[in-house]
Design a protein around this ligand. Structure first.
Ligand code: PAF
Length: 283
């Protein structure tokens, strides 16, 4: 496995892989890898001979410097997991490589970045889009894998790729869950045992709404009720939108819906989502 700490190193490694005739898949991560990331890697390996994983805790997508500072890191453990999985190359750049002095170019989806989760975390998706655009230009993969857990991120990246004509495919990968239903996230490691136990309320709320169905307003009410049963949870965002466009919906929808929740547990913001297709609806 080539561990590349500079952009020229990575370009050389990818050049070698391409010269050998390999298709190249990219899995962008911020490290502290878990089974959810490894699912992205497995999906990439099923589609390409060569897989590149980037590990970069991107400062521009964090609003609060304390959140950035305390983001969990485990470089040795990450490299071990990727080596064992048979990944061909890892990119681990410095902040100054990705954002050289004087860097001022940003990439932002105008409508999608400011709504929903983006309204709770202003600037977050601008930081995501900017770094992902840079990673696409550095690695130049044939495709890149993104988890469905951050559903808004997935739609934003798809939109950016379409709008800026990036010559690559975006591959969505289903959320991997703990045995009790909690969506896997690097942030879970920062929860106290009590908050960890409480956080399962997010997937319980999504299960309840999927089972109950009803109008968009009834679904939203159901989620609020379930979250309210857990005193350790503070609901931060609740959005039910048309799944593909993230456009607002009301009443009984015939189209597939994206149900997106964010909630804090002891100051740690977690997200979860579910795509719900009403019976007889178009997908
Ligand atoms: O989903 C993530 O881990 C990050 O937002 C990403 C896509 C790696 C960009 O920093």
């Amino acid at each position: 496995m080539d561990v590349c700490t500079t952009i020229p190193d990575l370009r050389r490694a990818v050049g070698g892989l391409r010269a050998g005739g390999s298709k190249v898949g990219l899995v962008p991560t911020m490290g502290y890898l878990h089974a959810g990331h490894m699912r992205l890697v497995a999906e990439a390996q099923a589609r390409a001979e060569a897989v590149v994983v980037s590990i970069f805790v991107n400062p521009t997508q964090f609003g609060d410097p304390k959140d950035l500072e305390s983001y969990p890191r485990n470089t040795e453990g990450d490299l071990e997991m990727l080596r064992e999985a048979g990944v061909q190359a890892v990119l681990m750049p410095q902040v100054s490589d990705i954002y050289p002095e004087g860097a001022e170019t940003i990439v932002e989806t105008e409508r999608l970045a400011g709504m929903l989760h983006g309204a709770v975390r202003p600037g977050h998706y601008r930081g995501v889009c900017t770094v992902v655009a840079k990673l696409f230009n550095i690695v130049q993969p044939d495709f890149a894998c993104f988890g469905e857990k951050d559903y808004q991120q997935l739609q934003i990246i798809r939109t950016m790729v379409r709008d800026l004509h990036f010559p690559l495919e975006i591959v969505p990968v289903p959320t991997v869950r703990e045995a009790d239903g909690l969506a896997m996230s690097s942030r879970n490691a920062r929860l106290t045992p009590e908050d960890r136990a409480a956080a399962v309320v997010l997937s319980r709320a999504l299960d309840a709404v999927e089972a109950a169905g009803g109008s968009v307003e009834q679904m939203a009410e159901k989620i609020r009720q379930v979250i309210a049963t857990e005193p350790r949870a503070t609901l931060r965002g609740l959005d039910i939108t048309e799944a593909r466009t993230l456009a607002p919906v009301t009443g009984h929808s015939k189209a597939s819906l994206a149900v997106m929740i964010s909630a804090e547990f002891g100051g740690i913001l977690l997200i979860d989502q579910r795509e719900i297709t009403p019976q007889g609806a178009s997908t």
